[in-house]
Design a protein around this ligand. Sequence first.
Ligand code: FES
Length: 85
Amino acid sequence: MIVCVCRRISDREIARHARAGLGFDEIQFELGVATQCGQCEGCARDVVAQCSAACPTAHIKRADHPTEGRPWNPLSPSLQASPAA
Ligand code: FES
């Protein structure tokens, strides 16, 4: 089903991006959905919300991947309490 008539973007295309872990703003930037008349924004947001709820782990970034973040280390000096003055 076409969600965005102005940009001719389907719910499948939005869902594919949402399942890949993109949020609404990223999908909007990537596809241009809801960037002209704006009538489709509510429907597009619903599609993203449904896909995010169905696949919440897609939004978790890998901590051990060099481009997606640093590994969490509870012994990291930046996380340890500073000594009392
Ligand atoms: S229908 Fe999507 S911006 Fe107009």
